[in-house]
Design a protein around this ligand. Structure first.
Ligand SMILES: CC(C)(COP(=O)(O)OP(=O)(O)OC[C@H]1O[C@@H](n2cnc3c(N)ncnc32)[C@H](O)[C@@H]1OP(=O)(O)O)[C@@H](O)C(=O)NCCC(=O)NCCS
Length: 376
């Protein structure tokens, strides 16, 4: 048994996977062999979901039936909506509300045991289809509006935006949002996927694994970073100082700058490059370059001063903001997409499962006698 310490499991290979390939030294990301740049440009969220779950890009007729299968399962049980009202009344934050609601979905899932791969895939489909409905309903209820019924004629991305606002989304916004979902769908054994796999490795059900992953995603060092980026950009906007001064002060105070740094990427995160272009296009269309200007100034400063490059959460913040999406929905939106990767890894893992159980090097005292209570 090796006693080598690997803090943060850095560099540790846990398993084999055919899902996503990341080369952090040259900024490459592939889903099942396809470059992320090409997938972002050429495919939809539904196509990428099919690719990750089934191993290949769907042809037109397969895509059409896969889209319908997902769309048919969007509606949530009315009793779930009652819980949404309770969570809104308690002023629960959206990410925590979604985590609670995902866990609750198991009570309404006809598939009770995920003990074969077909059932596991069926459950993955239910959960993926219903997450947008839960989040949109939560948001509308807290705004004092009634939830909007899903529209099966709309794509996964467009339907979410429609359920959020009650209005048909602008096609350019819907397309950009769909691309953002494509970019977030999978990313190797990131912390939340690992968390899902740890839970699934005990042969626990998919809802448990996804609930665990949701909790892991919520932290500001993982999916929570996108909302923190927007908070930073707002603070920059409210101050009279240039963005670089805000960042310099934060670094001086020992704070981490959200949206920068990555365990795997050293030169560039290809998703950030794609999102920065999309965010800039929105800024140009709106005639308001503010958010992209702050972002690019911060990027240049962080590269030069710290040698750190933006990650996926940096430009998604200004992009979602320009789409009119409330900041506290950014991290739950990450989950609407990453659920696909969580499920894909769990299915892959189930074909040859082994309990995940690392060890810690013990550094505490040895063999102490228990003193009687009066002597402690
Ligand atoms: C993502 C992240 C957790 C990766 O962490 P990691 O691989 O464990 O890297 P470390 O925490 O060991 O960081 C290495 C060094 O870079 C610094 N660093 C890393 N990210 C930083 C950031 N965003 N801002 C400032 N300094 C940062 C660390 O403080 C550390 O400095 P030190 O060696 O002087 O202590 C980290 O970069 C981070 O916290 N980023 C901000 C949050 C974020 O954007 N998360 C989304 C990731 S997709």
């Amino acid at each position: 048994m090796s006693d080598t310490l690997n803090p943060g499991l850095e560099g540790v290979l846990l398993d084999e996977s055919a899902l996503s390939y990341i080369d952090g030294d040259d900024g490459t990301l592939l889903y099942r062999g396809y470059r992320i740049e090409e997938l972002a440009r050429e495919t939809s969220f539904e196509e990428v979901t099919h690719l990750l779950w089934e191993g290949q890009l769907p042809d037109a007729s397969t895509l059409s039936s896969f889209r319908s299968t997902l769309a048919e399962q969007r509606a949530i049980d009315p009793s779930v909506d009652a819980v949404i009202e309770t969570l809104v009344a308690a002023e629960e934050a959206p990410m925590a509300a979604l985590r609670t609601l995902i866990s609750m979905l198991s009570a309404y899932d006809s598939v009770q045991a995920d003990d074969d791969l077909a059932q596991l895939r069926e459950t993955a489909c239910h959960v993926t289809a219903q997450l947008p409905t839960l989040l949109a309903a939560y948001h509308r209820r807290r705004e004092g509006d009634r939830p909007v019924e899903p529209d099966p004629a709309l794509s996964h991305a467009a339907n979410f935006l429609y359920m959020l606002t009650g209005e048909a989304p602008d096609p350019v916004i819907a397309e950009g949002f769909d691309m953002a979902l494509v970019l977030h769908a999978d990313h190797g054994l990131n912390a939340s996927t690992f968390s899902a796999m740890v839970t699934a490795s005990t042969m626990a059900d998919l809802h448990s694994a996804i609930t665990a992953a949701m909790g892991t995603l919520s932290g500001p060092w993982h999916g929570g970073a996108n909302a923190a980026v927007m908070q930073m950009l707002r603070e920059v906007d409210a101050s009279d100082s240039p963005p670089t001064e805000w960042v310099a002060d934060a670094l001086e105070a020992g704070r981490r700058i959200p949206g920068f740094g990555h365990r795997v990427y050293s030169v560039t995160d290809p998703r950030a490059t794609i999102l920065s272009e999309a965010s800039e296009a929105l800024a140009t269309a709106a005639g308001d370059p503010r958010w992209i200007e702050y972002s690019t100034a911060i990027e240049t400063y962080m590269r030069e001063e710290k040698g750190l490059v933006p990650n996926v959460d940096f430009y998604s913040a200004s992009m979602y903001h320009q789409m009119g999406i409330p900041t506290d929905l950014y991290t739950p939106i990450f989950a609407l997409s990453r659920v696909v990767g969580w499920a894909a890894h769990i299915v892959e893992q189930r074909t040859d499962n082994r309990l995940i159980r690392p060890r810690a090097r013990y550094v505490g005292p040895q063999e102490r006698p228990v003193p009687p209570i009066a002597e402690r």
